[in-house]
Design a protein around this ligand. Structure first.
Ligand code: PGA
Length: 250
């Protein structure tokens, strides 16, 4: 069901001690009276302890990635059942850094989504165009392909396990944020494509987050757009005060 979500993607930051410190700060500083789901995604090595640490709080835990296979000879990889067995039932898939640095194609991501669904995990699926796509006015086509090839094979009921994050690659970690108008335009486009492929109810019920240089200073304006249901936050999620202010902005 569509609702507000603020998720922090910690990427490859924070060792075990630093994770504990940041979680303690977040527990202290994050609001508890807001109608918003709060999620943090620490590194794999700290997921189990984070899940335990946050068990009786209003903060959920997600993994930043997982492998599509059930198990096997895939050195260095993490499976869906490894995650669910430690109480992690949400996974971020398709982050642009995974797509670019680790060659995750839409086809691979479709497999990962299927595996996650099979394990009844919730997926935060990231899509977003590169700067050259926007400059050549291909951004809608890129998003259309990412949706079609990554997600549109799913059954209507699978969409209850999905959250989308629109993250224009040119706005991630660059300090450059898409304008609220650009964000709203793309979120409306995404919802529209989902309505065309499925129906209005699927389109209306999906939460679509924006990600890309969201800060305390710009969060309110972005979150106030009608088709924006929250944010996927990178850099600003590593500072408890900043993350708390972003959550307050919902
Ligand atoms: P950023 O990262 O907030 O640091 O731009 C967003 C993301 O990568 O999800």
């Amino acid at each position: 069901m569509r609702h507000s979500i603020v998720a922090g993607n910690w990427k490859m930051h924070k060792n075990a001690l630093e994770t504990e410190d940041l979680l303690n700060e977040l527990i202290e500083k994050l609001p508890t009276d807001k109608e918003v789901e709060i999620i943090v995604a620490p590194a794999f090595t700290n997921l189990s302890s984070a899940a335990q640490h946050l068990e009786y709080t209003n903060i959920g835990v997600a993994a930043q990635n997982m492998h599509q296979a059930e198990g096997g000879a895939f050195t260095g990889e993490i499976s869906a059942s490894m995650l669910t067995s430690i109480g992690v039932n949400t996974v971020i898939l398709g982050h642009s850094e995974r797509r670019h640095y680790f060659n995750e194609t839409n086809a691979v991501l479709a497999d990962k989504v299927n595996t996650a669904m099979k394990h009844e995990m919730r997926v935060i699926f990231c899509i977003g165009e590169e700067l050259k796509d926007r400059q050549t006015k291909q951004h809608f086509n890129v998003i259309f392909d990412q949706l079609t090839d990554g997600l549109f094979h799913l059954k209507k009921e699978n969409w209850e396990q999905l959250v989308l994050a629109y993250e224009p690659v040119w706005a991630i970690g660059t300090g450059e944020t898409a304008t609220p108008e650009q964000v709203q335009e793309m979120h409306a486009y995404i919802r529209n494509q989902i309505a065309r492929k499925y129906d209005e109810s699927v389109a209306e019920n999906i939460s679509i987050l924006y990600g890309g240089s969201v800060k305390a200073a710009n969060a309110k304006e972005i979150f106030s757009q009608i088709d924006v249901d929250g944010g996927l936050i990178g850099g600003a999620a590593l500072v408890a005060d900043d993350f708390a202010r972003i959550v307050e902005a919902i």
